[in-house]
Write a protein that binds this ligand. Sequence first.
Ligand SMILES: NC(=O)C1=CN([C@@H]2O[C@H](COP(=O)(O)OP(=O)(O)OC[C@H]3O[C@@H](n4cnc5c(N)ncnc54)[C@H](O)[C@@H]3O)[C@@H](O)[C@H]2O)C=CC1
Ligand SMILES: O=C(O)C(=O)COP(=O)(O)O
Length: 467
Amino acid sequence: MATPQQIQDLQNTFEKAQLASAHAVSSSPNQSFLQRQFESRQKETKQLKPFATEDIKVLLLENVNQTAIDIFTEQGYQVEFHKTSLGEEALIEKISKVHAIGIRSKTKLTEKVLAHAKNLVVIGCFCIGTNQVNLEYAASKGIAVFNSPFSNSRSVAELIICEVIALARQLGDRSIELHTGTWNKVSAKCWEVRGKTLGIVGYGHIGSQLSVLAESLGLNVLYYDVNMIMSLGNSKQVATLNELLSKSDFVTLHVPETAETKNILSTPQFAAMKDGAYVLNASRGTVIDIPALIAALKSGKLAGAALDVYPHEPAKNGAELFTNELNPWISELVSLRNVILTPHIGGSTEEAQSAIGVEVGTSLTKYINEGASTGSVNFPEVSLRALDLEKERNTVRVLYLHQNVPGVLKTVNNILGNYNIDKQFSDSQGDIAYLIADISGINNDEIQSLHDQLSDTPYKISIRLLY
Ligand SMILES: NC(=O)C1=CN([C@@H]2O[C@H](COP(=O)(O)OP(=O)(O)OC[C@H]3O[C@@H](n4cnc5c(N)ncnc54)[C@H](O)[C@@H]3O)[C@@H](O)[C@H]2O)C=CC1
Ligand SMILES: O=C(O)C(=O)COP(=O)(O)O
């Protein structure tokens, strides 16, 4: 007799198989794959069960925007929405049941969590950063990951411009003083930003956008990046981080979280900066050594700082969450003058969130419905135009993810070659490769056999058939 675990495993396999075999029963040309029914076939039992888009379950966390919910519900998917992130235990419980998950920067999709994601085919990061997801492990499990590479870049750049001026004018302190009843009109050590130098570390989407805005205010812009990048306006790339630090009045960080960027600013880097300079960080909390920053502020070496991100951020809004337990230096940091602290709001504008909802929501839908991996951050980018199911009857789309080793395409095409291969495209990235092929002239009763043959090929990671 099967144990409860075996029954659960069987159920999970069954649900994944349901998603693996997609059957479009009714579709107008402009609906294409958008309205379809899924048919399941569990290999062990050959059991067939009608499967509709309504069976696709999407879990949305961290207050992902309504625009994404609208896209998913229009598809008929089931959407479970939570305003906050979830702790590991709750996440494991929920992720085991869904086909797609949408998160922002807080939810940690680690190997441990993803190991339980038995039905998951796609992850949407409704933000820029993807450091919260174990991308390689996800790929090895056949789970594609998408993000929004630039929809909130402008929002971050505008926040930094605002903070550069706010730091130069000690705006945070003056506001706190007046809120607490103290009139303190000062001009000492308050500056215009015109003619000062802004040093940008990381000249990507945000850094370069910021560069343009900063020059329009009359700032001079220097930037340091590991890659050679074309200068915008009159900005200049410098060869070393130290050169940037020694020449800048404001230093702002716009690098991803990687092993190389951890504590990219620490004691020696603060020492290399100009006296009275300012530091801004709206990238990730790990890139600044915060105790070293506190020391540089306390000693008067730095005149101020603006932080939007922290090594450990609370999973939800509320008082008493941003505590010493999470970040042991908090009480010291909040006691310092001219330090602006914001709760990771760089990308939090109506414009950015709504655009991200549309962008990532569309990517996920196209991946689920058509297999298109364009824009994925952990899969090779492959897509074929959507099938026109009115005209292309008896056509099956094969989505085949495999390890990138010699001989796989030969094996797969031997199987597909029994039919007419209308079109196919494949690409590889590192250890994995992805093939999409549309094959025609195949009868419904041959599809099970095709699925079985492809499932039995060595080096296969995952397979879905859409028809
Ligand atoms: N505070 C917030 O709400 C937000 C924070 N972010 C963070 O900002 C980061 C940057 O975003 P984008 O500009 O869109 O990324 P991007 O990928 O377009 O640019 C990053 C740049 O950093 C450079 N870089 C990487 N390692 C470096 C190193 N060790 N030294 C110098 N340069 C290095 C890259 O070559 C690239 O040009 C994201 O990874 C994310 O973590 C993004 C959006 C919102
Ligand atoms: O886009 C990013 O990488 C961000 O840091 C913004 O994160 P959020 O969507 O505010 O959790």
